[in-house]
Design a protein around this ligand. Structure first.
Ligand code: SF4
Length: 429
């Protein structure tokens, strides 16, 4: 299994634009937790795991009155600490962590909260998020960016990181934000996440980032974020006449394609791609779960012997069709079959099935339908240094463009190299 070294979500221009505006609105933002010394902030941050800051602020005054120093916590009875922090949730684990960490601070660090990432991570119950908060708030040290639920959500909405693990999201954010801003990134994103870019109903209409937010259209239209990905020859073909598209891109580009599958909740293809390539649409070259497979199949032409149908018991699969052929539908017994009413409707159905990110992998007609209907949020194109010529199958189908002036305009977000293959990330203007 290979892991990709390239961060395909790096978008420094967008991050820089975002920071300027965030500073305008939230320059003075800081943690909402109440504290008067590094030790109090450490304990308050430990208590805030899966708990609101308001709740923690209700608990800490009496807690710190009874145990004002690491020394007093180090000698505390676990049952008494538990009682005082009960309302914060996970109180048994938190009480143990607070006491054990206090003992280590007392015995190893002379009663002082350590001021390095390395030493903070030695404390029980302290992961990078807490350590980053202590380092930035108490010691003005930027060793990373604290990732909590708000930061993780905004990282996804801004397409800076689609990962789930906080440490990996942090790494992606450190790639896009300038180090001089790391001290403030967490607090500003948390403020924005709390007040505007909320989890359930983000207030896009009043958001000062809406003109540059990659998720604005998807959120407004209540649909998944749509990524298009395809590999083409230098002369814009995705396959030769024989429909043989398998070896256009190189090995590294294929690893990238599988990484992209892991980062999305579902992959969508048209029936012609399903028939011509008989793909499995699974994840093989990197580690990660298989996304849901979605096939647009107007006339229900999919073969019951295709790899997709044969593996539908193991990999969730959805077909959208106009066909009412109940006998055929019955044969597709592990597949969810929905009426095909149009792309917007298809996307709404997928959104209701909790699909937040959709990867459209082809073919050319399907991709151009998404483009014509302005349902594409970002595009990844791999270009291989080969010519296929006139007989090849074009990467993009009909876009109803009759004059160059009316062509669909794109902004290049970034460009990467996979040996002799080039990868472009583009957004529609
Ligand atoms: S436009 Fe909407 S999704 Fe984007 S940051 Fe603003 S509130 Fe969040």
């Amino acid at each position: 299994m290979e892991e990709m070294k390239t961060n395909i979500y790096e978008d420094k221009k967008l991050a820089a634009k975002m920071i300027v505006r965030l500073k305008k609105h939230y320059n003075d933002s800081k943690t909402a937790l109440k504290w008067s010394n590094p030790f109090e902030l450490l304990i308050a941050t430990m208590l805030s795991a899966q708990c609101t800051d308001d709740r923690v602020n209700l608990v800490t005054p009496s807690l710190f009155r009874k145990y004002p120093t690491p020394k007093s916590f180090a000698k505390a009875l676990e049952s008494e600490v538990r009682e005082l922090i009960k309302s914060c949730g996970l109180y048994k684990t938190k009480a143990k962590s607070i006491i054990t960490s206090s003992q280590l601070i007392e015995n190893k660090f002379n009663g002082q909260v350590p001021d390095s990432m390395e030493n903070l991570l030695l404390l029980r119950g302290v992961a990078r998020k807490t350590a980053n908060i202590i380092l930035s708030s108490c010691f003005k040290k930027a060793e990373g960016i604290a990732v909590d639920t708000h930061v993780a959500r905004l990282a996804k909405r801004f397409f800076f990181s689609l990962k789930e693990e906080p440490n990996k999201i942090e790494q992606d954010l450190m790639d896009v934000f300038d180090k001089k801003d790391w001290l403030k990134v967490n607090y500003m994103l948390v403020e924005h996440g709390r007040h505007i870019c909320k989890a359930i109903k983000p207030e896009c209409a009043q958001c000062f980032l809406r003109d540059c937010c990659p998720s604005f259209n998807a959120v407004q239209q209540k649909r998944p974020f749509v990524t298009v990905k395809y590999a083409q020859s230098l002369d814009g073909k995705i396959a030769a006449k024989s429909s043989d598209s398998k070896w256009i891109s190189n090995d590294d580009a294929r690893v990238f394609a599988h990484r992209l599958r892991v980062d999305n909740d579902a992959i969508l293809i048209g029936i012609n791609t399903a028939i011509n390539d008989d793909p499995l649409l699974d994840v093989r070259l990197v580690q990660g779960r298989n996304p849901v497979r979605v096939i647009l199949d107007s006339n229900l032409k999919i073969s019951v012997n295709s790899k997709i149908v044969k593996t539908a018991k193991e990999i969730p699969t959805i077909i959208f069709t106009k066909s009412k052929d109940q006998a055929k539908i019955k044969k597709l017994k592990y597949i969810d079959v929905f009426p095909l009413k149009g792309l917007q409707d298809t996307l709404e159905v997928l959104a209701k099935k909790k699909i937040k990110r959709l990867l459209v992998e082809g073919g050319g007609e399907v991709i151009s339908s998404f483009m014509r209907e302005k349902l594409v949020d970002t595009i990844f194109v791999v270009v291989a240094p080969i010519f296929i010529g006139n007989d090849g199958i074009p990467a993009i189908g009909n876009l109803n463009v009759t004059k160059v002036k009316a062509s669909i305009k794109l902004n290049k977000v970034n460009e990467y190299s996979f040996a002799d293959n080039s990868l472009f990330r583009l957004n529609l203007r």
